[in-house]
Design a protein around this ligand. Structure first.
Ligand code: ADP
Length: 431
């Protein structure tokens, strides 16, 4: 069916007749004018009209005699500026090839991905990754869509997916052209998230399994060799209690992290005064400070320091930062907790809470990674202090939710300062 078959060498019948009719009407009008003005006799005009009519119709019949070779008919659709603009405008890397795999068009992301790509050259010259070569060969041979995943290692490692889609583009005057569209999709971000999730599960199970193994070991010892040894029993029960507390703390931190992450997109809406919150946390940590023999100095302003925030989350934040100063900076014997109001870079007000300790400080290579989950500068020390490796990660998430920021400054051997800044509240009255 010539009118419906897109692969036909001819335009649909209505189109052909329309074009022939336009030519015939134009010829009839011209000849009528020539006869009217006496330039041509009516029989001659009739003869000319027959010749023009033949010329208008004959090409279509000549086309019928041409074998069905796609490219021989009409302009090559894949090479039109429209197709070039479409490929150029695609957000992912895209390359359009002819049926033999020669490059017709490619866009800027594709040029970045494969700088050796050249128009009118075989794509396989520029794309030599075995997965790409196999997918392209298969698509050319079978005309079936293909997918391939591969890792692009230079200049940075990227996980890519290639989709090869065979296309049949209809030509302007009938017929069609077969070509191949290659699109490249960067799945690196997804892959990283997946790796992080797997790492997180592995880390969390490892952290839980360690105290659990210790507990089982001591239970076995208490049931066996230490059954009748009251002094050993007392000591082991103490260790078991510490391990159980550590497990509980880990689960608490994991739950807090997931709660903060769940509400990350909802900004807190209560206006609160930070001064009493800081006092409350310092009071609560007094037993720890006494145990570690650390003097806590407070430098708090006399007036309220108002922010829009979630009091529970900010308590956790202060607890973590002051607690770390007491645990890791104990050797300095002194921790300064301060709260100040300052103007932020954009002119808005900011409330900055800082904890300065005089302990061993943190080596510079650890600083950028301290807020990663389970990251510890000194794993042994952290575990000995009952740390979970989640505290600073929680601090970072709480600050993100409050649109705040964390600054860590430390000179190895000279203590550390952790500063959490929060945007000041615009409203005045505290809740
Ligand atoms: P943890 O539960 O181990 O304390 P955090 O996320 O709170 O986990 O801290 C991560 C690591 O950062 C700690 O294990 C410790 O090595 C280091 N750290 C945090 N605060 C300090 C500090 N004030 N001085 C030195 N090291 C610190």
């Amino acid at each position: 069916m010539a009118t419906t078959d897109p692969a036909s060498n001819f335009a649909p019948w209505p189109d052909r007749l329309r074009r022939a009719a336009i030519i015939l009407i134009a010829a009839a009008l011209g000849l009528a004018a020539a006869v009217a003005f006496g330039g041509l006799s009516a029989p001659h005009a009739g003869l000319v009209f027959v010749v023009v009519a033949g010329a208008a119709l004959v090409p279509w019949h000549l086309r019928a005699a041409v074998p069905a070779a796609d490219e021989s008919v009409g302009a090559r659709p894949a090479e039109t500026p429209v197709v070039e603009a479409l490929i150029g405008g695609m957000p992912d890397a895209a390359v359009l090839l002819d049926r033999a795999g020669r490059v017709l068009h490619f866009n800027a992301p594709a040029a970045e991905l494969a700088p050796a790509l050249r128009r009118n050259e075989l794509a396989l010259f520029a794309l030599r990754t075995p997965e790409i070569v196999a997918a392209l060969r298969e698509a050319i041979a079978t005309r079936d869509p293909q997918r391939a995943s591969y890792v692009d290692r230079a200049p940075v490692e990227r996980w890519m997916e290639l989709i090869v889609t065979p296309l049949e583009l209809p030509a302007a005057f009938g017929g069609s052209e077969y070509c191949i569209l290659m699109t490249f999709h960067d799945h690196t971000a997804l892959r990283r998230v997946e790796e992080m999730r797997a790492d997180f599960v592995a880390n969390a199970s490892h952290e839980l399994r360690t105290p659990l193994a210790a507990l089982s070991g001591f239970i076995e010892t208490l049931q066996g060799p230490a059954r009748d040894d009251p002094r050993a029993r007392e000591r082991f029960l103490g260790i078991m209690q510490a391990q159980a507390t550590r497990m509980a703390r880990l689960i608490d931190d994991l739950l807090s992290l997931s709660r903060v992450e769940l509400s990350a997109h909802v900004r807190p809406d209560r206006v609160i005064d930070l001064v009493p919150l800081v006092r409350q946390v310092v009071d609560g940590l007094e037993p720890l400070a006494r145990e570690r023999q650390v003097a806590v100095e407070m430098a708090l302003p006399p007036a309220p320091v108002m922010v829009t925030g979630d009091a529970e989350e900010l308590l956790r934040l202060f607890e973590n930062l002051i607690g770390n100063g007491l645990k890791y900076g104990a050797s300095g014997g002194r921790v300064i907790v301060s709260l100040t109001e300052a103007a932020a870079a954009d002119g808005a007000g900011e409330a900055c809470f800082a904890v300065r300790d005089f302990g061993p400080g943190i080596a510079p290579e650890h600083l950028p990674r301290l807020t990663e989950r389970f990251y510890r500068a000194d794993a042994g020390d952290s575990r000995a202090q009952g740390g979970t490796g989640l505290g600073l990660s929680l601090v970072k998430h709480i600050l993100n939710r409050h649109r705040g920021r964390l600054q860590i400054e430390s000179v190895f051997g000279q203590g550390a300062t952790f500063t959490a800044c929060l945007p000041a509240a615009k409203a005045a009255a505290p809740e």
